[in-house]
Unconditional design. Structure first.
Length: 221
């Protein structure tokens, strides 16, 4: 196997990695925000809010991510047309970010919900006795402690999303894996480039997982 063709292709591979990281970061941030709202809905005393959030989580956890990416790529323009009444061009990048955010929100919701439920109920009662509202209690007391406990799980789910970004090839986005595949096809060295891409994914994911485990031990102590 000849890996000499990888060095000239590094600029293109780096651009693909930037695309992968952008998708991951935006998907994680949006997913955590939406997932936190869904978790609070599931923990709400309102049966309507709880059932709506539960149905959302169960639905997105029951379908493959590839289907979600394809569906949003095809559906988002129609939804915007229905809302605005105009043809609004939506690129593959935007539709993929929306798909990742909404899909990952279902998993982040369960992580946040478990984190909130791990906090002693006595703290909620003490805050209410001090005259704090439900929103103030969640924002200032419960959620900060919960996020500290669930940080390793959030990071672990982020690593999974980093790997899943390779599915954007279905809508034509050039992420790291797609960039490596295309570069290999151009010079007739597909196997070498795919091996290199696999090694990069392994090193990043393994290193991140190792750091997450160390963080988890430190938080536990």
């Amino acid at each position: 196997m000849d890996f000499s063709g990888i060095i000239p292709a590094l600029p293109g591979l780096w651009n693909g990695m930037v695309m992968t990281l952008q998708l991951m970061v935006m998907g994680v941030v949006g997913g955590i925000v939406l997932g936190t709202l869904l978790a609070l809905m599931r923990l709400s005393s309102s049966k309507l809010l709880s059932n709506v959030a539960g149905a959302y989580v169960n639905y997105f956890r029951s379908i493959p991510l590839l289907l979600v990416i394809t569906w949003f790529y095809l559906a988002v323009p129609f939804v915007l047309r229905w809302i605005t009444g105009e043809d609004t061009p939506v690129g593959a990048f935007t539709s993929c970010v929306v798909a990742f955010m909404m899909f990952e929100a279902a998993y982040f919701c369960e992580i946040v919900r478990a984190g909130v439920q791990s906090i002693s109920k006595g703290q909620m009662g003490a805050a209410q006795a001090l005259g704090m509202t439900y929103g103030q209690t969640m924002r200032l007391i419960i959620l900060p402690q919960a996020f500290r406990k669930m940080t390793p799980l959030l990071l672990q789910q982020s690593i999974i999303l980093f790997q899943d970004t390779s599915l954007v090839y279905t809508v034509g986005l050039v992420d790291f894996l797609n960039s490596a595949r295309a570069s290999g096809d151009i010079i007739g060295r597909s196997n070498e480039f795919l091996v290199f891409a696999g090694a990069v994914y392994f090193v990043i994911s393994f290193s991140a997982s190792f750091l997450v485990k160390r963080l988890q031990k430190r938080i536990t102590v």
